[in-house]
Write a protein that binds this ligand. Structure first.
Ligand code: NDP
Ligand code: MG
Length: 324
């Protein structure tokens, strides 16, 4: 690899953002951080900016502007505040790749601007495709912009598709851990607490996605995300519960052959892959050992108890603005 990757991280203080910076920290000869943004965590944003020396830093919370500005006064870093500035910075940054790791709808506007500025999108913020899949897909086509998925299931599908561009997909099979309440029925879920919902069995993630995983809303979002990313019909997307989270997802091709991508549940892998695609760069991440995995199991999702997944399919079938 010759040129350094110039990366903007939107939501650098979150779970995905900090793991992305771990990767940047381990690859100083390959990655340059151009932009860092946060909502209100000024303290962490400041320390990240001091370490990675980006050209631009944005804090959405305008009350924190002065604190960030003062702390970085001695650095050659431009500081901005406000949600609009997170989008506007896409017009001026020289980053070539934008990691969208903000939460919810807040990621939409900056992603649109990043695409208009022809940045490659490393997409963690799935909500962008849930709320505006059609718009984003069209914009990417018009601007010849590639989206490299970071969500582990979609990264798995993307990885399985390499070298298969002539071949037809029959269906994709998204795996789901089932979350902390797998196996429970509605009546048993009446007394659950927020703390229980925030304890994901396999993944350590931000609060919103952890709650969405406990209700299977996250899987519903991922079904819609897959539809847009891979141009699929709703009936081509299956979900299977796989509690070990070793198989990150699968594709069944038209000849009946199934490809799966596997690894330990560690978001650093798909983030790393998205940064360096199409290259694979050596990592020191912990490796999967088949002698330590007792079994890989699969079961049907309980669509009656976890109605959000059913709702996502319904929304996708209805189309219109129900699912984008
Ligand atoms: P976190 O809550 O850990 O981090 C969110 C980041 O976005 C923080 O930097 C936060 O800043 C910033 N942010 C939140 N709200 C706003 C806002 N309104 N305006 C500007 N910035 C904002 O989330 P995650 O890292 O877990 O998730 C990020 C995205 O990635 C989500 O869309 C999620 O679905 C997706 N994703 C996450 C995975 C994971 O393993 N965590 C896996 C797959 C997808 P501050 O710290 O100041 O609040
Ligand atoms: Mg996922």
């Amino acid at each position: 690899m010759t040129q350094k990757k110039k990366i903007a991280i939107l939501g650098s203080t979150g779970s995905i953002g900090t793991q992305a910076l771990d990767i940047a920290r381990s690859n100083p000869d390959k990655i340059e951080i151009e932009v860092l943004t946060a909502n209100s965590n000024a303290e962490l944003l400041i320390s990240q900016a001091k370490e990675f020396n980006p050209s631009h830093v944005v804090i959405a919370d305008e009350n924190k502007y002065q604190t960030v500005k003062d702390a970085l006064a001695e650095f050659d870093i431009k500081v901005f505040a406000g949600s609009q500035s997170i989008a506007d910075v896409m017009d001026i940054t020289s980053a070539d790749t934008v990691l969208t790791a903000m939460v919810g709808y807040s990621g939409l506007q900056p992603t649109i601007k990043a695409i208009q500025n022809k940045k490659r999108i490393a997409l963690a913020n799935k909500e962008t495709l849930v709320v505006a899949g059609e718009l984003i897909t069209k914009l990417c086509e018009e601007n010849h912009v590639e989206i490299i998925p970071v969500d582990s299931e979609h990264s798995a599908i993307f990885q399985c598709l390499v070298g298969e561009n002539l071949n037809a997909i029959d269906k994709v099979i998204l795996t789901a851990s089932g979350g902390p309440f797998k196996g429970k029925k509605r009546e048993e879920l009446l007394e659950i607490t927020k703390l229980q919902a925030l304890k994901h069995p396999n993944w350590n993630m931000g609060a919103k996605i952890t709650i969405d995983s406990a209700t299977l809303m996250n899987k519903g979002f991922e079904v819609i995300e897959a539809k847009w990313l891979f141009g699929l019909k709703p009936e081509q997307i299956d979900v299977v519960v796989h509690p070990q989270s070793i198989i990150h997802s699968m594709i069944e091709f038209n000849d009946g052959s199934i490809k799966a991508q596997m690894g330990l549940p560690d978001m650093k892998l798909p983030i790393h892959y998205a940064f360096f695609f199409p290259e694979r760069i050596k990592t020191d991440f912990k490796r999967l050992s088949f002698s330590e995995v007792n079994s890989l199991t699969f079961e049907k999702p309980d669509m009656e108890t976890f109605r959000n997944l059913t709702l996502a399919y319904e929304a996708m079938h209805k189309g219109g603005n129900m699912a984008y």
